[in-house]
Write a protein that binds this ligand. Structure first.
Ligand code: SF4
Length: 350
């Protein structure tokens, strides 16, 4: 059994390398055809050739989510990026990968996990945030965190390099947070959220909230608290099932009891329709409109309802690895993936 899975992984790697080479050959051939058509034909035929080129066009990694760790101090029952490994790249390797992404057109980087502030008590993510803003000059640098481990001292050291901080909060009721698993010991998740919000204001970082709507919070009315916290964006996700992460035999979580129907999700959205910063994300929109890099800097393809990894961008480069990301650039634009994402361009009232 072990031998068979090793062989499958080997065959998959070989296929990826072959495909990468094949892709380059197809592109070069098309380039030759274009130059010939450009010289020998009228405008109409050049357009046909361009359409053919678009069919094999490599997507640009404009906005990337780098889940550099899978470790977390919370135990949310629906978590879909679970602690299957404890691996984290050395910081210099992570920087090398980020530079490759920048050279391929990355304009927004989001650091996620796991819990990003767990590694080196927040210094690891701090160093990457500073590197992306100062050295690579990435227009938008953001973090998604559960907020429980962030300190005032972190903002003093790294706050100026961070554009957006998103904190996950599914409920303003502590008992509901406990039922979901969004909690650690006796600490209050909601108190932390308010504390982080005030630091964002003090250190001029745009504040965002992410909520996952599931069976435990679908009846909640969050309007009052959201208006009080006044985030620049409130992302509202429908609880998502991913095979191998929160469903199936080898998963570390069992999300089945958290899943809600499309209609239940719509009812929650309708109740909050007056909140102008609300950005809804249904399962359909989520599956293939994100570019996700795991802890080895491999793109994860979620199209089949599970996470199929590419080879690492550190081994085969961004252009080759991205062919296996399942990324749908059109869906990314359709879900509003491109927005004002640099704090320099936001008209924020701190
Ligand atoms: S806080 Fe995020 S990473 Fe941690 S368990 Fe919850 S969903 Fe997973």
């Amino acid at each position: 059994m072990m031998m068979l899975s090793t062989q499958i992984v080997y065959v998959k790697m070989m296929l990826q390398v072959c495909f990468s080479n094949l892709h380059s050959i197809v592109l070069s051939t098309l380039e030759l055809v274009f130059s010939w058509v450009g010289v020998n034909a009228g405008h109409g035929r050049v357009c046909v050739a361009h359409k053919a080129a678009e069919a094999v066009k490599t997507p640009t990694p404009t906005s990337v989510n780098y889940h550099f760790t899978r470790q977390c101090n919370y135990k949310c029952g629906f978590c879909f990026h679970t602690a299957k490994t404890s691996f984290v790249l050395p910081v210099e390797e992570a920087k090398r990968g980020l530079r490759l992404l920048k050279e391929s057109g990355m304009e927004k980087i989001n650091f996620s996990g796991g819990e990003p502030f767990l590694q080196e008590r927040g210094d690891f993510v701090g160093k990457l945030v500073q590197f992306c803003k100062e050295d690579l000059q990435i227009p938008s640098v953001s973090i998604v965190s559960n907020g429980s481990l962030i300190r005032d001292s972190w903002f003093r050291k790294y706050g100026e390099y961070l554009d957006i901080l998103a904190i996950s909060c599914d409920s303003f009721d502590e008992d509901t947070n406990k039922l979901i698993g969004r909690t650690q010991g006796r600490k209050s998740h909601v108190d932390n959220l308010y504390k982080v919000r005030s630091w964002c204001k003090e250190y001029k970082v745009a504040f965002k909230i992410n909520s996952v709507i599931n069976t435990f919070n679908l009846e909640e009315d969050m309007r009052e608290q959201i208006l009080e916290l006044s985030p620049v964006r409130w992302k509202v996700f429908q609880c998502l099932v991913i095979e191998g992460e929160n469903a199936g035999d080898d998963a570390l979580r069992e999300a089945e009891g958290f899943v809600i129907s499309d209609q239940q999700f719509q009812d929650f959205l309708d109740r909050h329709r007056d909140i102008t910063c609300l950005v809804p994300e249904s399962n359909e929109k989520m599956r293939d409109s994100y570019l996700i890099l795991d802890e080895y800097m491999r793109f994860l393809d979620c199209r089949e309802g599970r996470k199929d990894p590419s080879n690492s961008i550190l081994d085969i480069g961004v252009e080759n690895a991205i062919q296996f990301s399942g990324f749908d650039e059109k869906m990314f634009l359709k879900r509003g993936g491109k927005y004002v994402w640099s704090k320099a361009d936001m008209r924020l009232e701190w």
